[in-house]
Design a protein around this ligand. Structure first.
Ligand code: ADP
Length: 533
């Protein structure tokens, strides 16, 4: 109500006659607010204000004011019904389609209907003829159109997204299609041009040079798009137009200047509409171009990723089939050998070797499954105990070759509970600990030792697995995280372990690194971010 009332009061200041003002704000405010807050809240206020505003205007006897308030209310209602409700128009005008819908269904049609209604009322009440085409009627019509157009476009376009961000709207807006290319330099440009326009209007009569503003606004639209075009339109309207029109009407009275004013109103009004539409279309084209460019970039990126993945897959299939057939061939050979002898001891030896090959196959398949799990399934962050995890891994490794020969010290695990993806951490640690056992020094009597430590550093948890095993040659250290890379001839694995471990670390946003000295030992370090829930 206060907003509407202020609008009515301001309009009354610019009153031309008992039924006309240079600028009439309440319907424009009504359109804006009904789009923001819906008809139930806004329409009663529009109607009530129109009744009260009758006192500023003093039109007709007081008991007729509720009737005279109807055309204005109808205007706002129709605008909402035709544009927002029926056409599903977006009032923040995100594209040319919504802008034209708004101008036609949101302003032009409701304005025509409410003007006709008002004329009928005046005819019925005062017996004045219903004229909709005289210069005076067209003048009124255009005046209303320009008032609505000049205020609603910039407010709806610029303020709706801001209001939505602050939760001040009753409706939801798609922020995806809100784009505001705006810069300080451009704002200065608009300001400067408006100043020039004001000075220009002081010396040059607008009814002669009205088209200059229109052309300027069109130029703005073409170069800077919709936002600046409508802003310039509104500023030009305020800065030059109303001022000078008011001067003239003050001197000569509304009806005296009407015929020239029709041309001026019509010309500027149309130029402003065209410049707004041009600006909107230019923005849409630019936006579409940007979208296409970014889609092309994304497509190229996806294409490259696909190429890499394809190459990896080729390599993977080749190595997997090799790693699967090698133990199978050895099992086949051992079975053939066992057919050649009836000796029980030999059979035992063959079965033992077959058992080794099966274990190798099993280990390999487990690694491949781990890999597929890590690649396919999203990380599931939960509270986990590192100590429990390590105990479980050691339990699984109990029967691994050489397990009894190493002493495992996990007293350095200072951090126990963390929040992270259990499977990823387990895959990393199982590989690191398994390797530390596998690549121990096999010199008889050598005290093999593995130290597992965990601690906080900055925002990270650092987990280290240190061994005093065979170490890694410096020239190989860069390659050990590659897929299927085996660093030594006595590696019994597939060369997948560390690759999978580094993928698992990357999946949870962590990193895996190594420091190693050949013949002395290695320290593998997993760093993960501390996550708090
Ligand atoms: P795999 O153990 O199956 O060969 P990994 O990817 O686990 O494959 O390791 C790749 C290579 O890195 C191994 O072949 C080995 O040469 C080297 N490596 C890994 N861990 C250690 C370690 N703790 N000590 C020495 N060398 C290691």
């Amino acid at each position: 109500m206060p907003v509407f009332f202020a609008g009515s009061w301001l309009s009354a200041v610019y009153k031309l006659s008992e039924s006309a003002a240079i600028i009439y704000l309440p319907p424009a405010l009504g359109i804006i607010l009904i789009n923001w807050w819906g008809p139930k809240r806004v329409l009663p206020a529009v109607y009530l204000n129109a009744i009260l505003a009758g006192f500023f205007w003093g039109i007709g006897p007081w008991y007729m004011r509720p009737v005279y308030a109807l055309p204005e209310t109808l205007f706002v209602l129709l605008s909402w019904y035709l544009f927002t409700f029926r056409s599903h128009g977006k009032c923040w005008l995100p594209d040319a389609r919504n802008l034209t819908l708004f101008l036609f269904w949101g302003v032009v049609v409701p304005l025509f209907a409410s003007m006709l209604f008002l004329k009928l009322l005046i005819f019925w009440q005062m017996g004045r003829p219903i004229d909709m085409v005289s210069s005076n009627a067209i003048l009124g019509w255009l005046r209303e159109f320009i008032s609505n157009f000049g205020l609603t476009l910039p407010v709806l376009y610029f303020l709706t997204p801001a209001m939505s961000r602050h939760g001040l709207l009753t409706m939801h807006i798609d922020t995806a299609d809100v784009r505001r290319p705006f810069s300080i330099t451009r704002s200065f440009l608009v300001g400067g041009l408006c100043l020039i326009a004001i000075v220009f209007s002081m010396f040059v009569p607008p009814e002669k040079y009205w088209f200059v503003y229109g052309i300027l606004s069109l130029w703005f639209a073409i170069n800077y798009g919709f936002g600046l075009a409508i802003l310039t339109n509104s500023l030009f309207l305020l800065a030059t137009y109303f001022g000078s029109v008011l001067d003239q009407t003050g001197e000569a009275g509304l009806y005296a200047v009407a015929p020239q004013l029709v041309n001026v109103y019509l010309g500027t009004g149309l130029l402003y509409v065209f410049s707004a539409i041009t600006g909107r279309v230019i923005d849409d084209i630019n936006f579409a171009r940007q979208q296409i460019t970014s889609q092309v970039i994304n497509l190229e990126r996806a294409n490259n990723e696909l190429k890499v993945a394809n190459k990896e897959l080729d390599h993977f299939v080749y190595s997997v089939s090799h790693d699967l057939t090698a133990p199978l061939k050895s099992i086949k050979g051992l079975v053939n050998l066992s057919h050649l002898t009836d000796d029980l001891d030999s059979h035992r030896t063959y079965f033992g070797k077959i058992g080794d090959s099966v274990a190798k196959l099993e280990q390999f398949i487990r690694e491949v499954l781990d890999f597929s799990h890590i690649k396919r399934i999203e990380a599931n962050y939960q509270r986990i105990s590192l100590k429990e995890l390590v105990t479980g891994i050691l339990d699984d490794l109990r029967y691994a070759e050489g397990f009894e020969q190493v002493h495992i010290d996990h007293s350095g695990m200072l951090v126990d509970e963390i929040i992270n993806d259990k499977i990823s951490i387990k895959v990393v640690l199982a590989n690191l600990i398994g390797n530390a056992i596998a690549y121990r020094k096999t010199t008889p009597g050598f005290p093999c030792e593995i130290k597992i430590r965990s601690r906080r550093r900055g925002g990270e948890v650092v987990i280290e697995v240190e061994d005093n095993g065979i170490g890694i040659r410096p020239e190989l250290i860069k390659r050990i995280f590659e897929m299927f890379f085996r660093g030594t001839t006595n590696s019994r694995g597939s060369g997948l372990g560390l690759y999978i471990a580094s993928e698992a670390a990357a999946r949870i946003g962590g990193s895996l690194s190594v420091e190693s000295e050949f013949n002395k030992g290695s320290v593998f370090t997993l760093r993960v971010k501390i996550i708090s829930k």
